[in-house]
Design a protein around this ligand. Structure first.
Ligand code: G1P
Length: 303
């Protein structure tokens, strides 16, 4: 195993948040889509909480224009804190200070939105020569089914990069990156031999979709710098991973996939976003019972 791969601790998380959020316009005209509430918390806060729970205490947001709401959310709001303190509303006071104290948060601007690969390349200076995790805000992983610790174990064992895969119906594979894989002796780990970004159903090399959690070797930066625009004219992270999958281990190459079978909520388009909000709200002890009762009555009357 390469020196670089030998069990370096993973401390840093990168969260791209520079997209236009076009599927949610006009809500996202002046606000990043990552700030859309999932029940009563912005989607992005779930993602940061997941990173922190996995021991990542340094979070870098890759932002675009409208980063203001993000920065404000993870900063103190002293006026609001004072109002809640005077009212004696400790519960809400804890809620508003929670996001501030979660992690050390940093920001870098992407400039031009040239694709996910380009967004990750913006993190190079901050990350340096360490392995790091990329978390995409569209995928929420249930905190009861954490996947990052397993991905870290796989990296510690084999080095290289580790991606998160999920079995999806063949007809929806064209929404995702899709790997060609070889099985290993551990049931939930596969070797990634090739990758295609959003293939047509007929040319999909497997039924696995790449989910928005990546544990990347820093070798990815050099590869990304040489990656030409791919699908949709964008610099694709999937294309860089494809190169990494074929590179030797002593150069930081090698890609493994961990197959996730836990609960995941997709907030990437309007219908799945609404489904995620309803699912999570139904499980909440404070509002769940009332919502479930209403939902059953409502559903019974649907045409
Ligand atoms: C991105 C990646 C894709 C991956 C997906 C996971 O696509 O390019 O490979 O499967 O995230 O959510 P996006 O959904 O940003 O178009």
């Amino acid at each position: 195993m390469s020196k670089r791969a030998s069990g370096q601790v993973v401390r840093k998380a990168v969260v791209p948040a520079a997209g236009f959020g076009t599927r949610f316009l006009p809500a996202t005209k002046a606000m990043p889509k990552e700030m859309l509430p999932v029940v009563d918390k912005p989607a992005i806060q779930y993602v940061v909480e997941e990173a922190v729970a996995a021991g990542l205490d340094d979070v870098l947001f890759i932002t675009g224009r409208s980063k203001r709401a993000l920065e404000d959310h993870f900063d103190r709001n002293l006026e609001l804190e004072d109002v809640l303190r005077i009212k004696g509303d400790d519960e809400r006071l804890t809620m508003v200070t929670e996001s501030t104290d979660l992690a050390r948060i940093h920001y870098v601007r992407q400039g031009e939105p040239l694709g996910l690969g380009h967004a990750v390349l913006m993190a190079e200076n901050h990350i340096g020569d360490e392995p790091f995790v990329v978390l995409l805000g569209d995928d929420l992983i249930d905190p009861r089914d954490p996947i990052l610790p397993r991905m870290m174990q796989v990296r510690a064992e084999f080095g290289g990069s580790v991606i998160c895969l999920m079995q999806v119906p063949r007809e929806s594979i064209s929404l995702y990156g899709c790997p060609a894989v070889a099985e290993t002796s551990s049931g939930d780990v596969v070797i990634v031999t090739d990758l295609i970004e959003k293939p047509d159903t007929a040319e999909a090399p497997s039924e696995f979709a790449v989910i928005g959690r990546y544990l990347l070797d820093p070798a990815v930066f050099e590869v990304l710098r040489a990656t030409k625009p791919g699908r949709g004219g964008e610099i694709q992270l999937t294309d860089a991973l494809r190169v990494l999958a074929q590179m030797p281990a002593d150069e930081g190459g090698g890609v493994r996939g961990v197959v996730f079978s836990g609960r995941r909520y997709d907030t990437g388009d309007r219908v799945s976003y609404l489904q995620s909000v309803i699912q999570l709200a139904c499980e909440r002890p404070d509002i769940g019972p009332e919502l479930r009762t209403w939902l059953k009555e409502f559903a019974a009357e649907l045409p």
